[in-house]
Design a protein around this ligand. Sequence first.
Ligand SMILES: Cc1cc2nc3c(=O)[nH]c(=O)nc-3n(C[C@H](O)[C@H](O)[C@H](O)COP(=O)(O)OP(=O)(O)OC[C@H]3O[C@@H](n4cnc5c(N)ncnc54)[C@H](O)[C@@H]3O)c2cc1C
Length: 504
Amino acid sequence: MAKEQYQVIVIGGGASGMAAAIAALEEGMAGKASPEVRMPKEAVSEEGVPEKAACGDGGRQKPGKKQAGVLLLESNDRVGKKILATGNGKCNFTNKNVSPAHYNTDDRAVLEAVLAGFPTEEALRFFEKLGMLSREKNGYFYPMPETASTVLDVLRLRLSELGCDILCGIYVEKIEKSKEGFQISFREQGQLHREQCGSVILSTGSKAGGFLHNKQEDPLRLAKSLGLHSTALYPALTKCICREGYYYRQLAGVRAQVKLSLYAENNSGKKTGGKIKNGWELLKRESGELQLTKEGISGIAVFQLSGMIAQKLAENRRVNVEVNFLPDFREDALEDWAEKRLSLLPGRTLEEFFLGILHKKVLGVCLQAEGFLGTMKIPAVGDNARPGRKTEDCSAERRAVMMILSVMKRAMHFTTEVTAVSDMKQAQVCRGGLSLSQFSERLECKMIPGLFACGEVLNVDGECGGYNLHFAWASGVLAGKEAMRRRNTRSQSSFWQEKGEAEI
Ligand SMILES: Cc1cc2nc3c(=O)[nH]c(=O)nc-3n(C[C@H](O)[C@H](O)[C@H](O)COP(=O)(O)OP(=O)(O)OC[C@H]3O[C@@H](n4cnc5c(N)ncnc54)[C@H](O)[C@@H]3O)c2cc1C
């Protein structure tokens, strides 16, 4: 009977894959029984000729170094490339408010189980044990030195301390069921290698961010080849392109704190989200920073809506976003406010009146939309009390108030039509992936026992704010532990006998 070479093979060396490999090795050590230490089986060429078993960090481990029970396979030339780009190079690695409410998925029960086992404190503890302390800003956690490379460095250091085998620059051809568990076939510099293992963890992530070595590669390919199914994929946490291009050329560069409301056309009357008014259904509201670009809208508040926008556009529904550039104003108190301000600032032009309230570029567009010129003078409240004033002056004054109100209402209900979201390369995450319902609460595939998955390859995506990396750690640690536990508690050969081959 052939002996398995590795207890666990992890495919994909991103955030979740590295966390999984660490957890598997630590579990192996904790559960007696440090992971069985085996010498590597020699690599075989396609013709079955033994190759020199080379090792190295970032390539292969150094020759002569003992092999551990976990092999991490990564197609890029190094592990964890995406981590370096996270949080604008600072890596927002978790959030104070982690809860299922901040995620989208097809199976909330599994998601809840994963997050319940790994709350924020556990993420902080995981990194503290690796040597990294953290810093919190408004609920967002960053590594203390505020550099994403720190996160990658501590993960790599721990993998090296645990003696994890890491192979980079490889191409995994296939995963096959074997008597002992699984056989993984992969190419390294054209040479075919085959490794046996008890459990496999798929952590091949997504195309979001454009970090794949081979841009044509589908991170779901291996899972699909095993018969797993994926939901539709959409770019999420990304910017949106809007129809009113002429406005955006003027607005580019503006940043503002706003409230956003997302509407999708709904002529069917059937609710899928919220209230329907005049054929438009309110789906979601967000607050936060808006950034305006030459083509449309961006910034965290837009990112939070973008996954849903991509889905609605794919359903061929028109999508509008209403921007409130004056989130601190109450609409029912505008008139009083306008009258008071007119009396305080008499004789100003429209441009001067709004100075100190609205960004100049936003004001310019709102005035344009209302058909006003910024240089127009407005009369002040109280002018009608002056001796000799005529009735028409009063109505002129009323018109001034109405003018101000119309500009303010335009700024509070600035409606723009989103025609597209940016592509996957510019997105931070991918909405969609392997349906979570195919996995147990231990992240083991129900159809293929011994196969686990974690991270973004799964149909789980979170909001901006550290939620996606949190899920990568939470699911990676769980899958890693369970994959190793499974190997330690149950003989694979007896398992396959029990299950029978027909199940795969
Ligand atoms: C610009 C940017 C900024 C971000 N900022 C944040 C942030 O601040 N906070 C946050 O929480 N999230 C952030 N995210 C999201 C977060 O980085 C991801 O959700 C997370 O890294 C996903 O980790 P993963 O391991 O599941 O997948 P990935 O990071 O995609 O890793 C998968 C790995 O598998 C490898 N791979 C794929 N296919 C194969 C194969 N067949 N064989 C071998 N290897 C394979 C890939 O090369 C890759 O290294 C950001 C993302 C981007 C793009």
